[in-house]
Design a protein around this ligand. Structure first.
Ligand SMILES: *Cc1c(COP(=O)(O)O)cnc(C)c1O
Length: 478
């Protein structure tokens, strides 16, 4: 692909948009400029390829395609069938899964599809069988009432939020917490690591229908073989949400016991985090759950987004190329270099390091809350997000942690030497920031003091660091 083709494509698109609503065209251009300038360390973000991005802007967006490939509720879906089948095929091949469902619009949606597939398989199907009917419409009012109560009264065991679990794994503010009676397993306070004996004990006591593994802020590998054994020992369905680390599975950095696909009954993911695809979700499973998973739309999903499924096919094709494995390995090398750089400068890291794409800083050693640290870093051109640490004393809003991740900067081409510079910039900002006070003189958890000259200097150094690694180097908009 020549430089001209990509630039021309985006420039022409902006010209067409500008003719209708120039402010949108300007905002799109400004977003690229902002992304180019910021040192993006948000662990859940990335930069999709120009091909992936371009695949989303076309007439596939106009199609309704409820149903599955070859079995649609709408006519004229032959081209949607082509791209959905391709995306699913790439996903199956890439991850070695028997079945892939590529319709979920996001990670949350993928989890909802998985939960309802499991509930349908484990709760609804047996109830239908017992009542000797084929489908829910054939149940008596009394049987339907009983089934609804049973569906709403199942148990889930997942990782606690402050240990790095996700809100969608049964926590009250999310629908999963309203659907399930949930208990969570944490990490060992001494090591910060998952204690599998404690997970097994919790499973024995609680007897969950679903055991969930997966995280958005745990900097270590999870042994999915052991987790599956625990699930089997209590008859639970084992689900893995690999939203964050799917790219590391795709790139064969996580193999054997650490690859969830051969061990889990069902695996969910986003497609836009380390996997570097379009914003979306996906479910992988064996043949046993395939039919139930395919009912995701209209069970819990709105109509599929064919333009995004097409982009998933493109991004998954990219992830099947050998250079994606290099990319995935570099993500981890970079995270480890960043962790080492921070440790050398005295920063406290949860678990003392990382073996995946993310590093969790405990910033209480700098006398700061996560919120203060996040804002001070942002003032200095470094984009991160605050995050709870295990047993966080500042709660989920202010927190004591900063989560940083390397998928985005690795996509830009930064390597381990640049990670050491990044560690220096982060450490400088955090050590130069002091907590602020409220109007009444009490210590604030949000206010902070950072000399603007320091923030400017670090911003400039961040910009200089990025200058050697242009984002979307083939694209010039003007
Ligand atoms: C990001 C994330 C999700 C949610 O993904 P969305 O696409 O934002 O809906 C779900 N689970 C985990 C573990 C995540 O990290």
């Amino acid at each position: 692909m020549s430089l001209n083709a990509e630039s021309t494509a985006f420039r022409s698109a902006l010209e067409v948009i500008r003719a209708v609503e120039p402010r949108v065209a300007d905002a799109i251009g400004a977003e690229l400029a902002d992304q180019r300038e910021s040192l993006k360390l948000i662990a859940s973000e990335n930069y999709a390829s120009p091909a992936t991005l371009l695949t989303m802007g076309n007439w596939f967006s106009d199609k309704y395609a409820e149903g599955t490939v070859g079995r649609r509720f709408y006519a004229g879906c032959q081209n949607v069938d082509t791209v959905e089948a391709l995306a699913a095929e790439h996903a199956r091949e890439l991850f070695g899964a028997a079945h892939a469902y590529v319709q979920p619009h996001s990670g949350i949606d993928a989890n909802l599809v998985a939960f309802w597939a499991i509930l349908a398989d484990r709760v609804e199907s047996p109830a239908l069988k017992k009542a000797q009917v084929r489908q829910v419409n054939d149940l008596t009012e009394a049987d339907w009432f009983a089934l609804r109560r049973e569906l709403g009264n199942q148990r889930m065991l997942g990782m606690s939020l402050d240990a790095g679990g996700h809100l969608t794994h049964g926590f009250r503010p999310n629908i999963s917490g309203k659907m399930f009676d949930q208990r969570s397993y944490g990490t060992d306070p001494a090591t910060g690591l998952i204690d599998y004996d404690r997970v097994a004990e919790a499973a024995r006591e609680f007897k969950p229908l679903i055991l969930v593994a997966g995280y958005s802020a745990y900097p270590r590998k999870v042994n999915f073989r052991i987790m599956r054994e625990i699930a089997d020992s209590v008859g639970a369905t084992f689900m893995v949400d690999m939203a964050h680390f799917a790219g590391l599975v795709a790139g064969k950095v996580f193999t054997g016991d650490f690859d969830p696909v051969p061990h889990a009954h069902i695996v969910t993911t986003t497609t836009h985090k380390s996997l570097r695809g379009p914003r979306g979700g996906m479910v992988l499973c064996g043949p046993e759950l395939a039919d139930q998973v395919d009912r995701g739309c209209p069970m819990v999903l709105g109509g599929p987004l064919p333009h995004v499924m097409a982009a998933k096919a493109v991004a998954l094709a990219e992830a099947r190329r050998p250079d994606f494995a290099d990319y995935a390995q570099r993500i981890v090398d970079n995270a480890q270099a960043l962790a080492e750089g921070l440790l050398r400068r005295g920063t406290t890291l949860v678990t003392g390091g990382t073996d995946n794409h993310l590093v969790l800083l405990d910033v209480s050693g700098y006398g700061l809350t996560g919120r203060q640290a996040e804002q001070a870093l942002l003032d200095s051109g470094i984009v991160t997000n605050r995050n709870a640490v295990p047993q966080d004393r500042n709660g989920a809003w202010y927190t004591s942690g900063i989560r940083i991740g390397t998928p985005a900067l690795t996509s830009r081409g930064l390597g381990t030497a640049e990670m050491d510079v990044t560690a220096e910039l982060i450490h400088t900002v955090l050590s130069q920031t002091t907590p602020g006070a409220n109007a009444d003189g009490t210590p604030s958890k949000a206010k902070y003091v950072l000399d603007p000259a320091v923030a400017d200097k670090i911003s400039k150094q961040a910009t200089d660091l990025l200058a050697g690694f242009p984002l979307y180097p083939t694209i010039t908009l003007s």
